[in-house]
Ligand binder design. Sequence first.
Ligand SMILES: NC(=O)c1ccc[n+]([C@@H]2O[C@H](COP(=O)([O-])OP(=O)(O)OC[C@H]3O[C@@H](n4cnc5c(N)ncnc54)[C@H](O)[C@@H]3O)[C@@H](O)[C@H]2O)c1
Length: 370
Amino acid sequence: MRKIKAGVIGAGVISNIYLKNLTGMFSNIVEVKAVADLVQELARKRADEYNIPHVYTVDELLADSEIEIVLNLTAPVAHAPLNLRALEAGKHVYTEKPFALNREDADQVLALAQQKGLLVGCAPDTFLGAGIQTCIKLIDDGWIGTPYSANGTIIMGNSSGGMHPNFQNFLKLGGDPIMDMGPYYLTALIALLGPVRRVTGSAQQLNGEITILNPQSHAFGQTFPLEAPTNVHAVLDFASGAVASLQAAKESFGYSPRLEVFGTEGNLIVPDPNFFGGAVFIKFPSGETKEIPHSHAYAEEGRGMGVADMAYAIQSGRANRASGQLARHVLDISLGIFEASSSEKHVHLQSTVDRPKPLPLGLKYNTLDA
Ligand SMILES: NC(=O)c1ccc[n+]([C@@H]2O[C@H](COP(=O)([O-])OP(=O)(O)OC[C@H]3O[C@@H](n4cnc5c(N)ncnc54)[C@H](O)[C@@H]3O)[C@@H](O)[C@H]2O)c1
């Protein structure tokens, strides 16, 4: 099968795992031709680590006619502007989350892609992993009856105590708990339960600023403003009639993930959607809890699966699963939660999306189409 050439923009922390997987596990379908970053040394470092032939400027990368997919791994504020440039240059684009910081930018990206006949994809792709795909199959096969409720919690310490090189991005909109961690939970919930109809919530902040107390941080002792809500509770009504609550907070300690779907005939304990694998359990009406083996492959850290899935979609003309439309719906939900909080009412969403098609069973290692 023809390999699809990709160019990566953004050579920061997360580029490491993408490049590992795209030059390893998915190198049968994707070929990374170039890396670019505002900081050329970072791009050079990654290119050397993963034997990528070219270190480009962003302009050079977009001008390379062989590159079909632009993988945008930059900071949230740069996602939509770079995605528009990539589409203008005739490239399919796959971006890290959040898809955009407002609905207008998200819609502009989708409209331009449609006009040009190009695909748009967006992280997270963790829902393509063994954990969530197994849960989707269990729900679709009726193991928990009709799912009527869900409960998700993602609580973590703020910006790893200042250890991320650009931790300030996590103190602004885009790196806040709903825009940064929410997409994993919201995308998984949509994949499990379908689209959301209306939202309400409360978006709060414990403190207006944060002092970096980790002596290992380059910003040790400095104080920074917190420019986004960091303690958020939401209630989501799904088109199916199911209702979910979601808590996403960052002004806490450690890491506390949880996701459970309640059905008329059992409760499904879903593994952390921030990862690809994780144990799946069903709590039966008898009170018995059983671990259910994965029905699907890809339990290991598989970031880049969404890009590989896009490459298969380009080859066959099918839709890509971690799609821009899915990410647009996630963004709509996220912004709706903030708006509901400030207006003290429910927000009815204008966007919707179909549940992404589950992955086929019995896939050969390295492949995503049967
Ligand atoms: N770090 C993680 O664990 C993680 C996990 C999942 C997703 N993400 C997401 O991935 C994205 C990147 O995160 P990160 O942790 O790698 O951040 P990072 O700050 O380490 O890296 C971002 C890189 O993008 C470059 N960049 C920014 N604007 C650019 C532009 N206009 N043109 C070219 N390069 C530009 C920066 O110089 C930097 O090297 C974010 O949206 C984040 O939410 C991060």
